[in-house]
Design a protein around this ligand. Sequence first.
Ligand SMILES: [Zn+2]
Length: 133
Amino acid sequence: MTRPETPPKLRCPTCGARQDWSDTCRRCRCDLRLVHRALRAVDHHRRQCLEFLREDRYDQAWQAARQCCDLDDREENRQLLALVEFIRGNFPAAVRVARGPLEASPTAKSRQAESPEEIPRDSRQPLAARWPR
Ligand SMILES: [Zn+2]
């Protein structure tokens, strides 16, 4: 079974009304096109992340997962980022991400601290290659 491209129901960020997918809120007439665009971008980054994981491209997977969380800090997106951190061997970050919301607007400095360049070279190996057999 494949996941639909867009979710069937949407909650208006302005008034909270639950409704079918539409360009304007049925209750407050708020323009929802940007919300739709952001949710499609989250879905795109999520699929990209999974594809990068399949290809053992962990730095790109981390960036895609991080973009998901920056756009939508839902638990399922944090779980994806935590998974990528775990696979990369960055266990403290995996636990931190899995436990709670990310910083609302991370500063450039904190983003840099989490950047792939600071991950030790050996942790970029595929996970299976790092486990003893
Ligand atoms: Zn509304």
